[in-house]
Design a protein around this ligand. Sequence first.
Ligand code: PMP
Length: 344
Amino acid sequence: MKDISQLVRPNIAALQPYSTARDEYKGELGILLDANENPYDNGINRYPSTALKEQLRSRVAALKGVAPERLFLGNGSDEAIDLCYRVFCEPGRDNAVIMAPSYGMYSVCADINNVERRMVLLEPETFALPVEKMLGAADSNTKLMFICSPNNPTGNAFAVSEIERLAVAFGGILVVDEAYIDFSGKPGVLQLLEKYSNLIVLQTLSKAWGMAGLRIGLAMASPYIISIFKQVKYPYNIGTDTIALALEKLNGDIAPQVAEIVSERDRLAAELPSAGCVQKVYPSDANFLLIKVTDPRGLYNALLEQGVIVRDRSRVALCEGCLRITVGTPAENIKLEKCIYSYE
Ligand code: PMP
């Protein structure tokens, strides 16, 4: 096991975290005159209760099959991405190795935190993981390495064995973003958590669980890393109504929707290549397709005119000529297909 405490910034390791009024008081709720709240009950006049958040943490942990002390709940997984930088990277000195093309926030958070980013391109066309190149880009100041699987925007998931090679060989923290894992037929890497203390797995309730509007992201890692994330996050980072609504929505069964999205994805992937303007549909393990077309800007605008909004990725390295299309409802997908077929 690697000694992760050596990777934490000294100021964070020495942090005296803010202690909220509710953290200090553990007994039965009585007359609450400790947090400068408005005393008149309107349902949200109190700061979020730690007990309610712990209820959500236990519920999500059970769902994911991890111990609650291995789970951090953030204001979207974007919060967890930023926390990785704030906890591990000394601004102006440390760096992060980031695979590209991938989700933009790994780079944006590096820039915000004044952390050098070392972009390593995936293999062209196959979008395979360049394991040796990623390891080669790292030096003694590389604290983070970002992998996204299934990857946004290419759609492909990587083999567990390849990600494990990075976890073994990399001396820093390996962050594996599995925002789209629920749509993937391939296994994720949560099973590796107990084996590798330098692994952080990000997931989210924003995609398959249909709660993008709530902003709840998950970071799963060693209890040590999670305890540090909890010290560095803002106090009360998730609101009372958000927690309550998430608990309610987690009682639902997402399997039928996920199955329909996956079957629609596979149908679109099979049918779209017969449209004249579509040159290639890349294989996808996610809820979107990356398609290469003859005239990406023209098709983008034509779709827009019909009220269909997709993502133009044609100026992203290795995605030249490509649009990224989220799988919609069957009716939305039929409309999308009609527009693409009628585009000359
Ligand atoms: N990771 C990836 C790969 C994403 O594509 C996104 C959002 N599109 C996020 C994380 C952010 O998710 P959240 O809503 O949990 O902040």
